[in-house]
Write a new protein. Structure first.
Lengths: 235, 235
DNA sequence: TAGATTGTTAATCGATTAACAATC
DNA sequence: TAGATTGTTAATCGATTAACAATC
């Protein structure tokens, strides 16, 4: 039997970015790129780019570089973006509504098939031509329509229960926007978007940047004082 | 002069998670926790927890553990969550609207002070009691109100121009939701939320999980066939 | 004091970068 | 063929984990 390659998550996380840049290059009509040129564009080292891509196969050609269109297609296929995904959104609040609209005009291949809510005021309404249904009917709907992805846009408190129901119904992946770490079986893929965590780390860096600037100011002042003193001594 | 500690980004990214779990513990009335107990709860190794926390100071006590409330406050302060932040949202589409609502009831300390749009149909409307203003007036507003954070909810095409304007106006941090990598000066902190990248890496893992399951099925079948053969031979 | 658990140094592991032989 | 640039191995760097002395 063949050895398992076992590709690290760090590599996977870079793939969508490679793909974004390749899409731009395609749009500009560029048809080949070397790892060096790509490096100065995308900000990864040329070495890393070659290393990353070689996890999946020899997509380049020595003395030439990489074919932009070919590489774009390869990465798309690796990510599974040559397939279609049926999704449901659970929670029709503001975030849920935003996701419904966002995903529809952005993501070919990711189709929202249903929205589920507990709030009776929202049930029956349509967003983007997709009806809001009763949360009670979630499991049945997911099973019958072979839904691939469940998007959790509920409160922290309900998120785990929703995840359990989705997993029970045979979902393949969960995209979680609730600010809590949910548990799913190994067979289900999970991607968390912890917006508050992201905002908090922004806050950290802002204060650090501030501190650094303060330090610089202090250093500048110290230097100035020293200079003045030296000048004084020299007199 | 003192040595610079230089805390890695991997550590910073874990801080909001520590804080979330500490908040839960506080809520449950737990008042002390050892790195070992915390480890089995949060899923990082006890060693990593101690290592991480010691970047910022000795918050624990030998033979006792960590005081939950004290540690929560320390981490909050490290992240700068003891301060208030004034924010503007640029782009009042669905995503912008969702962020406005989301941040308001979730995040004490992060206040949306203004929303800016180019679309004249939206200018003048209020969301969550915050008026949508003309994008033309963005720079002036940011300067006059000493806005800390700019949230970019525009299209990919406008994002860099918006970022430039925000930086010019003296913003301290940018939270970017546009699916593009924007450039900002060193003095400005930047946090990207690339939702499509997140969805794409979910797709990758779903297909991998699938593949693994297929492999298992094939292996199971092979094993079964082998077993049958062995049984045959033994007859 | 004895037991527990931190703070911190040392060892390990994994990911990134450098180097260069293979090859188009 | 010569030049360019990949694919891949080896070296480096950084982050995680293990170990244990310090100490509450």
């Amino acid at each position: 039997m063949k050895e398992k390659p076992k590709i690290s998550n760090a590599v996977i996380k870079r793939l969508p970015r490679y793909r974004r840049y390749l899409k731009e290059l395609k749009k500009k009509g560029v048809d080949k790129i070397s790892s060096n040129e790509f490096s100065s564009l995308i900000g990864y080292t040329a070495s890393q780019i070659r290393q990353d891509l070689n996890n999946f196969g020899g997509f380049g050609q020595q003395g030439y570089g990489y074919n932009v269109n070919g590489l774009y297609n390869e990465i798309s296929a690796i990510l599974g973006l040559d397939k279609q995904y049926k999704m449901v959104v659970v929670g029709a609040g503001n975030l849920g509504q935003a996701i419904i609209n966002y995903t529809n005009y952005y993501k070919a291949g990711f189709l929202v098939k249903g929205i589920f809510e507990v709030n009776p005021k929202l049930i029956g309404i349509s967003f983007n031509d997709i009806e809001v249904m009763d949360y009670e009917d979630l499991v049945e709907f997911v099973e019958e329509n072979a839904i691939d992805i469940g998007i959790i846009c509920t409160t922290r408190q309900s998120a785990q229960e929703v995840a359990d129901k989705l997993c029970f119904a045979g979902i393949r992946g969960i995209w979680n926007f609730a600010p809590v770490d949910i548990e799913v079986p190994d067979s289900v893929s999970l991607e968390n978007v912890h917006l508050s965590d992201s905002l908090h780390s922004l806050a950290y860096h802002m204060n650090r940047a501030n501190q650094k600037n303060e330090e610089k100011k202090i250093k500048a002042r110290t230097d100035l004082a020293q200079k003045a003193e030296t000048a004084n001594t020299e007199k």
